[in-house]
Design a protein around this ligand. Structure first.
Ligand SMILES: O=C(O)CCC(=O)C(=O)O
Length: 264
């Protein structure tokens, strides 16, 4: 299976509509890949909180339209990263969109763990409540977004729902880059799954982005890692490795369930 992670540069000097057109062209260039992955909030920038309201879209908004078309033109499955979605009730969500190779919406995921503590996304956006997996021709993908990477129980939930490959779009900041790589590898090892973690490059709202998108195999080995700038990271991997690893080293079978709840 061939995946291309598009580590898009998100800088404020590029208008959102230009970036949308540029990214659609990059997706179209990936014909031949099985899966293309975009980062979190690549239209607005994950830290450009002030723009969330103005740039928010209905689910089937301009980014949805452009990405559905690009996926079908390239004939690739596309995890189109996330958009600031405005629900009909007015609530904003950080929503990921996954399209099939014919451009149908296969899944959408509203980010569960919102980042910012008492500001930014954490106060401006609603929290998703549903775990999302999506069956691709060669693997079952579990979807998570950026800050979600810090919450292993979410990934265990995705494993229980059948996930073999985690796709994690992000807008991870440079200042915590060491955590990004470490957590991507940890989620891969503990769940014996592939992790495809796609961040942004550039600087927006004064926050330099980490780049360094990474693909990790179920043994925790880094198969490919991007540098800091805009880059297309292409990797070939065999999803059957997941079942092989889980058979040969069946640690997931030794789980003791319910330890995340206090016991009497
Ligand atoms: O957890 C982190 O360090 C970064 C998270 C983040 O930037 C986000 O979720 O947007």
């Amino acid at each position: 299976m061939r995946a291309s992670l598009l580590q898009v540069a998100v800088n404020e000097d590029e208008p959102v509509e230009s970036r949308r057109r540029r990214v659609a062209a990059l997706v179209r260039d990936q014909a031949g890949a099985d899966l293309v992955v975009l980062p979190e909030l690549w239209t607005t920038g994950a830290f450009a909180y002030e723009g969330f309201g103005a740039e928010a879209e209905p689910l089937q908004g301009p980014t949805y339209e452009a990405m559905a078309k690009a996926a079908s033109e390239a004939g690739v499955w596309l995890h189109a990263g996330s958009v600031p979605e405005r629900d009909p009730d007015g609530t904003l969500y950080n929503t990921s969109l996954v399209f099939s190779s014919s451009g149908e919406l296969a899944a959408s995921y509203r980010k569960i763990h919102r980042f910012g503590f008492d500001k930014g996304e954490a106060v401006l956006m609603g929290a998703g409540e549903e775990l999302v997996t999506v069956r691709l021709p060669d693997t079952v993908v579990g979807v998570a977004t950026c800050y979600d990477l810090r919450f292993p129980e979410l990934f265990r939930g995705l494993v229980d729902a059948g996930a073999e490959t985690f796709v994690v779009p992000a807008g991870w900041p440079e200042r915590r880059r060491a955590h990004w790589t470490l957590l991507a590898r940890a989620r891969a090892v503990e769940n014996q799954a592939f992790v495809l973690a796609c961040g942004t490059a550039g600087t927006h709202a004064g926050v330099p982005q980490a780049g360094h998108s990474v693909v990790v195999d179920p043994w925790g080995e880094v198969l490919a890692e991007a540098g800091p700038g805009e880059e297309i990271l292409t990797v070939d991997f065999d999803p059957a490795t997941v079942a092989g690893t889980r058979d040969r080293f069946p640690a997931l079978k030794d789980r003791v369930l319910g330890l995340d709840r206090p016991r009497r």
